[in-house]
Design a protein around this ligand. Sequence first.
Ligand SMILES: CC(C)(COP(=O)(O)OP(=O)(O)OC[C@H]1O[C@@H](n2cnc3c(N)ncnc32)[C@H](O)[C@@H]1OP(=O)(O)O)[C@@H](O)C(=O)NCCC(=O)NCCS
Length: 221
Amino acid sequence: MIDGEARCSGQQEARNFLGKSEGFEHAPGPTTPLTRCRTAPRPSDLVCRKLRPGESGVYRALRLESLKRYPDSFGSTYAEEAQVSRLAFENAIDEGTSDRFVVAAFLRKQLVGIAGFARRERHKTRHRSEITQVYVDPDARGRSIGETLMRATLEMGFAQRGIEQVELSLVSTNHAARRLYERLGFEAFGLQANYFKTGDLSWHQLHMQVTQERFLAVDPA
Ligand SMILES: CC(C)(COP(=O)(O)OP(=O)(O)OC[C@H]1O[C@@H](n2cnc3c(N)ncnc32)[C@H](O)[C@@H]1OP(=O)(O)O)[C@@H](O)C(=O)NCCC(=O)NCCS
């Protein structure tokens, strides 16, 4: 994970990452080989499902905890989000919307992970969606819960009518998250330099996407 590692020094890291000095690169590589999923054992008592109306409180608690514990992994800050009386996904959970939802991982009925899914809203972008706020409690890490949660989110997302591609973004030094996303078929298509900045520190943002076709082509673990 990227705690402490995420700090980088501007342009240098951008060059290293995509081999370019430009801040933003287009062109996903259609020829990139598919990454095969591993067959790591998963806890048998793991359940991944959408959060339901009435469960926005547990989501909020884990979301705020993620921001507090991993400030370098997310664009929002704990201070900002803690002040918001209703986070966007809280309303979505309690309204039970189908275009915007949170998939949760429960281990022995305890909430240990979340991933938010949101369809883009404009007429010409409604075939696309974004996954955000991915988080697994550190005590539950390294057991494929992140991968299982992401796979469940993608399956539910692609089951939505008309969804053809899913996008996400991550801080470029978050190597564990990137490997996880690549295992599910995501491909990087751009690196935006100095996307986040606080004081003298800056972070680059890596943009990734997966099509339904590619996701289905990756062997399930
Ligand atoms: C990124 C994150 C969600 C991954 O969650 P996770 O549950 O640890 O994910 P997985 O278990 O599926 O995979 C992570 C690693 O655990 C290892 N692992 C998985 N199952 C394992 C098992 N049974 N035994 C040992 N190791 C295992 C994997 O090898 C993988 O490491 P690798 O990439 O070097 O191969 C989690 O680290 C996290 O919440 N980080 C902080 C917030 C964050 O960065 N979110 C992403 C924002 S874009």
